[in-house]
Design a protein around this ligand. Sequence first.
Ligand SMILES: C[S@@+](CC[C@H](N)C(=O)[O-])C[C@H]1O[C@@H](n2cnc3c(N)ncnc32)[C@H](O)[C@@H]1O
Length: 378
Amino acid sequence: MKLVEVHESLVGILVPKAERIYDAPVFYNPVMALNRDISVLALKVLGSKRVLDALSATGIRGIRYALETSAEEVWLNDINPDAFRLIVENLKLNFSGEPEFREKKVVLRGDKTLVAMNADANRLMNEQFRYFDFVDLDPFGSPMEFLDSALRAVKRRGVLAITATDTGVLCGAYRNACLRKYLAEPIRGELCHEAGLRILTGTLVRYAAKYDLGVEVLLAYYRDHYFRTFLRLRSGAKKADESMKQLGYLYQEPSGRFDYERAFLPSKVKAYGPLWLGPLKSQEFVEELYKLSRDSPLGNAKKTPEFLGLLRDELDIPFHYDTHALTRRHGLEVRKLAGVIEILREKGYKATRTHFSPTALKTDAPFEEVLEALRELQ
Ligand SMILES: C[S@@+](CC[C@H](N)C(=O)[O-])C[C@H]1O[C@@H](n2cnc3c(N)ncnc32)[C@H](O)[C@@H]1O
């Protein structure tokens, strides 16, 4: 395997030289630097001590956790033996100390304890029952095959950080796969990304509830064709019941009007879900991420604070109106989003941009008012 050195934030690591990222024997995607930046910031804010990077590939994520946060013990694991060897090389590149080699496990003790493993993530997580404060799942595609094990490996008040790159599934391009993996009906069209994120979050909530664990969504977002969620677990059946009450269904009419209800079963036909209808962020948490990203630039010095600023300012209510889709549905001309937002605010409604689409807005205004604002601008 030919290697090249790349740099991301404070870290220099070796990655395979390859024409295309999916041809490489060990996976490394520079586009995911923003995902890793936000994860590092989250870990800094949370102050978690025992951290698992369960699907580590080159080790970049776990190494960043160890170098950039106050984590004391970081485990980096991958089932691929080439990845394991590369993780060990990259640990040696970034940390001093004499590695202890055991079969399929290398431990490096210094200021921090670093553990590299070559194991099936499910096996590792089941063996380390309630051990980690923070578990990161960053799989190819869906995280579902690892979810039960992650819920067992994390402490009952710990944090799960989960990526899903199977957006085609969650956004309705592969409906049957969504039914199989998430037991939920996805929607196509302009609401598909928000609904996909909410289906993913809703599924995580249902899985956690089996263990009498409730969930606080610290942050859930969509970006660059993946979903990412940071969930703080809350111990107890009551907490689980409270989280379950935030599950429900989405409805959408051909006009673009949408409606939703919190309920265990849908009361009407043509329901999409079940999905999470609770908050997608803790405002305090996102403010802290934003401030930190601005004060201490990371891998993506410009993009990360910009994106966090957008998330911070976004109105946190279910679903949004895409002005392009609405104008198409009603035979109107496209108009600037800022104009629509301004009209709604002048009428006393809340209205903001949303990270789900550059042409969409979130508002507490009724559907007719949004349409009226678009008509006023014709
Ligand atoms: C998307 S990559 C991880 C990328 C990495 N987290 C990063 O930020 O660069 C997913 C990794 O999961 C590993 N993997 C897949 N199935 C696994 C399993 N059952 N146990 C452990 N690792 C697994 C793959 O070998 C691959 O390296």
